[in-house]
Design a binder for this molecule. Structure first.
Ligand code: FEO
Length: 135
């Protein structure tokens, strides 16, 4: 069963961001499935690496849109992104080092963080971006 399922309650009313959030959820679900099946680090580590890379790709794209729209809360938003990138990197490093006791609970923590970030922080930019023609 998927750990997290995208539905319209996660929509930020900007198509590219919604698509990127869906891909992030897909990667989290892939990782969750691999861990649940007890797949080894040769399978799990490349997926977490992909999650790390794609998280940064999405954050850069989203920040570029916010900058383009002169979004007043960009600095705080960027700080949250940087914090999450550091957490995902730590997760990857711990997995690679084989030093993570309960990796599924860490993955759930990352999933909750991302879901809350989309619903609380990302959604705050919808109106601002939409009013500047970014949809
Ligand atoms: Fe969609 Fe602010 O991350």
């Amino acid at each position: 069963m998927a750990l997290v399922t995208w539905d319209t309650s996660y929509s930020v009313s900007v198509k590219s961001c919604d698509a990127e959030h869906q891909k992030l959820f897909d990667l989290i679900n892939q990782l969750h499935e691999a861990m649940q099946l007890g797949q080894g680090s040769t399978i799990v580590v490349p997926v977490v690496h992909e999650l790390e890379k794609y998280t940064q790709t999405h954050f850069r794209a989203e920040e570029a849109l916010l900058q383009q729209a002169c979004y007043p809360k960009l600095a705080e938003h960027r700080q949250q992104h940087q914090k999450f990138v550091a957490q995902v990197k730590q997760f990857k490093d711990d997995l690679q080092a084989g030093s993570l006791g309960n990796s599924i609970s860490v993955l759930k923590f990352l999933k909750d963080w991302l879901a809350d970030h989309i619903k609380q922080t990302d959604k705050m930019y919808s109106e601002h971006l939409n009013s500047r023609g970014i949809k």
